[in-house]
Write a protein that binds this ligand. Sequence first.
Ligand SMILES: [Zn+2]
Length: 311
Amino acid sequence: MNLRRSWLAVLLAAISIALAQQSSSPLSRDTDPAIARVIASVPAIDNHAHPMLSPPDDATDRNFDALPVDSMAPQTDPVAYRPGYPPLADAWKALFNVDLHPPLTPQGMEQLDAARAAVKAREGAHYSTYILDKSNIKTMLANRITMGTGVEPPRFLWVPYEDALLFPLNNSGLAAATPDRTEFFALEDKLRARYLREADLTTSPPTLDAYVTQVVLPTLRRQHAQGAVAAKFELAYLRSLDIGNSTHDQAATVTQDILTPMHRLTARLTSSSRTISSISSPRSAGASAWRFIFTRWPGAAATSALPEAIP
Ligand SMILES: [Zn+2]
């Protein structure tokens, strides 16, 4: 499970070990040994990671990313993430005390899994901190939906996800754009439902101001109170970054008139076509506010009526 995550988990260790063992590296002739020694001794801050929980919760952990890469279509990995990356051998040795050389055969993979399992069994809830210690990482910013066993301050600092807050209505048009987005918007819907639950709500409030004061701000405040040090956005996976700059009043008007919660919107659509004509001009205030809300009309007909409003 999460093979790619496993590679990522040992990557930093591989790099720092490669630096420390530079005398055997073909790059050593170009590296000042005094500078390399200092660099290798300085504890790192990993400012973007998705650490998984320590045992016993590692096996069921899915909160390491709002949009896990294993939900994405196959892609080409950077060289250092690939199974044949030579420094992985040093990382496996340092972290799990096993002599293996990439790329691994199926039998080699079994050996690596067994060696890792032995270290996890030995370290238990301390496993995540053990990995940081071995990799000389002092602080890791944990991009996670929630923190948990072994992934806790002060060594791990929380960075929660906010994209779900940006898409409060029906996202079926955006979700249908690519297979990745189909998976991603379902995950964002789930996360937004969690944020609504935590705000003691079951549906989004009907106005922009109510949505901001009852959902957005309480969520951000709760995350901050629970130790969040930054906010994570994965917006580029979900839509274009060509975002307009509507005023509050434009957005609020659209929210109130058009972007009401889906049960009310559905009722309006079945009883009247008024709302379609009110936003049919891409230069209208409604179209501009549309960008502000970061969302898309739920129906294909309305989507085609807003060619410029919807990036
Ligand atoms: Zn990330």
